[in-house]
Write a protein that binds this ligand. Structure first.
Ligand code: AHR
Length: 537
């Protein structure tokens, strides 16, 4: 039995990182024997970086029914709503303590003109959503509605400005409209539209996927554009919004990160990276969201855990560039925002293919937990992520159908992992067996740990193996004692999912299988499960 030794806090231990090893083509089709016990060392007496709560961020784009129908139905809808926002969806998102929402896109942002979405609703401009389904967007959800939405759910705002068809002036004026506090014409206009006090913009991004739908730019050209636009994005807001540059398409590509790190002149707090989990290495052959076979199960997970190496690579490039900073260049540390991630499957049969509607199974729940465990490992660099997307699009938290709503397995993982928000990460060393199928191999167990502000230790675990229980033996260093409580999310079938007829098939239940004695934590982690444990002192 080969053991994977994985350091889940970078630099904390000198261990070999073996994730998603490609097994030889003649490998056994499946695990011949159950994997050996997983050994964890959780350094409860070593504080790592704080896990920024923004790591649990969301992305809500004007795409399909992601906003219209999914979040916003209008005041006159028979669906119960508050000022047009669905009460059921708002309540579900409040329960998640969503820290940050990215809006209005995505590719949609690359053509979005903010003036289309302010003022009386019956006078707003209708435009074709050229990226997503070619349908008209009435712009009845605009700047004021976005802030109403985030304020209702208690989240901060991440606004993405249009560098595709917009101008530096348009982006600067939008920022003034939102955040201005003196009686300029733009601020008077905002007040006339019903908002006296400034909106708070926490993150302001200049461009989206500028290597593709955002303008097919070269990194060098975009870096110049970014510096110019950021110079004029002036605001009275204190603290000023975090300024975000649009970065690479995935970890395999690093050219934007390299160029931006070398050429930053204006305020640049972060660079984004997008990485979606698809079936293979190309975007043509997508998997089904349900009804997939074991090959689909493992290939999706094998591609998910690649996130680790991708972030590592970007982190190394950024660290090297920060060390080599020019004497007159900006000296701030630049964060990495993974502001689009999640699974991307074939659209649901019968749906508009441009709407990116997909079901969500226990496989997606494991994808979410494995990604969180990776993000926690890089907590000092990865300050924000936003899963694509909140409602009805890609790996959604929530699906709606007219008045019906359901919470997906991914929703439940976000809820279970809530204690990690703003907790201090703890170094974790894992020695875990492998799960193999066909020519693919992944580590059986993914894990991370943190200490909350109230002194609780929280441990997140995922068993990627759909057949075998994982026996976990964890040693917690330092004086750790207390009561262990837990929750588990698991299911019988690999593609178990919630439907509008059976919305609670996959839901978390209490997990009382963990024992803590003399600093040793033991448990059996069922096949295809996510478990979150809390140890209260
Ligand atoms: O999330 C869907 C789309 O994926 C976004 O609009 C775009 O930025 C990315 O390609």
């Amino acid at each position: 039995m080969k053991m994977n030794i994985v350091s889940w806090t970078k630099g904390a231990v000198t261990a070999v990182v073996l994730t998603a090893l490609a097994a030889p083509a003649n490998a056994a089709p499946a695990n011949a024997a159950p994997p050996a016990a997983t050994m964890l060392t959780i350094r409860a007496d070593h504080a790592g970086a704080v896990i920024n709560k923004y790591v649990y961020g969301q992305f809500s784009e004007h795409l399909g029914t992601g906003i219209y129908g999914g979040i916003y139905v209008g005041e006159n809808s028979p669906i119960p709503n508050t000022r047009g926002f669905r009460n059921d969806v708002i309540a579900a998102l409040k329960d998640l303590s969503v820290p940050l929402v990215r809006w209005p896109g995505g590719c949609f942002a690359d053509e979005y003109h903010w003036r289309d979405g302010i003022g009386p609703k019956n006078k707003r401009t209708t435009r074709i959503n050229t990226n997503w389904g070619g349908v008209p967007d009435p712009n009845t959800f605009g700047t004021h509605e976005f802030f109403d939405f985030v304020e209702m759910i208690g989240a901060d705002a991440y606004v993405n400005a249009n560098m595709g068809t917009g101008t530096a002036a348009e982006a600067a004026q939008w920022l003034e409209y939102m955040t201005g506090d003196q009686d300029t014409s733009l601020v008077k206009e905002r007040k006339a539209n019903g908002r006296d006090k400034p909106f708070k913009v926490s993150v302001y991004a200049l461009g989206n996927e500028t290597w593709g739908c955002g303008g097919n730019m070269r990194g060098e050209y975009y870096a110049d554009q970014y510096n110019q636009w950021a110079t004029f994005a002036k605001t009275a807001q204190k603290p000023a919004p975090l300024m975000l540059a649009s970065g690479d398409r995935d970890g395999a590509a690093t050219d934007f990160t390299e160029v931006l790190m070398k050429n930053r002149r204006a305020k640049m707090d972060a660079i984004s990276m997008h990485y979606y989990t698809v079936l293979g290495s190309n975007w043509i052959n997508k998997d089904d969201a349900t009804g997939f076979n074991e090959e689909g199960w493992i290939r999706i997970l094998a591609n998910t855990v690649k996130m680790d190496g991708y972030i590592k690579k970007h982190d190394e490039i950024m660290t090297a560039a920060e060390k080599a900073v020019a004497a007159d260049g900006p000296k701030n540390k630049v964060a990495l925002y993974v502001d689009e991630w999640g699974t991307w499957y074939k659209p649901e049969p019968g749906s508009n293919p441009g709407f990116l509607v997909q079901q969500n199974t226990i496989r997606d729940a494991i994808v979410a937990a494995a990604n969180f465990n990776i993000f926690h490992k890089y907590a000092d660099r990865v300050q924000t992520t936003s899963i694509a997307q909140t409602v009805n699009v890609l790996q959604a938290m929530i699906l709606t159908d007219g008045p019906k709503m359901l919470k997906t397995p991914t929703y439940h993982v976000f809820r279970m992992y809530k204690p990690f928000q703003d907790a201090t990460s703890l170094p974790v060393e894992i020695k875990t067996g492998s799960y193999s199928y066909g020519s693919w191999t992944v580590p059986q167990v993914s894990a991370s740990a943190a200490k909350t502000k109230t002194g609780m230790i929280v441990v997140g675990l995922a068993n990627l193996d759909p057949h075998n229980t994982a026996s976990i033996l964890a040693t917690l260093t330092g004086p750790v004692a207390g009561q262990v409580k837990g929750e588990i999310l698991t299911a019988e079938a690999m593609d178990a999912h919630n439907t509008f007829d059976n919305p609670n098939l996959v839901h978390p239940v209490a997990f009382d299988g963990a024992k803590l004695e003399g600093g040793k934590l033991t448990l059996s982690l069922p096949a295809k499960s996510v478990v979150v444990l809390t140890i209260a002192p």
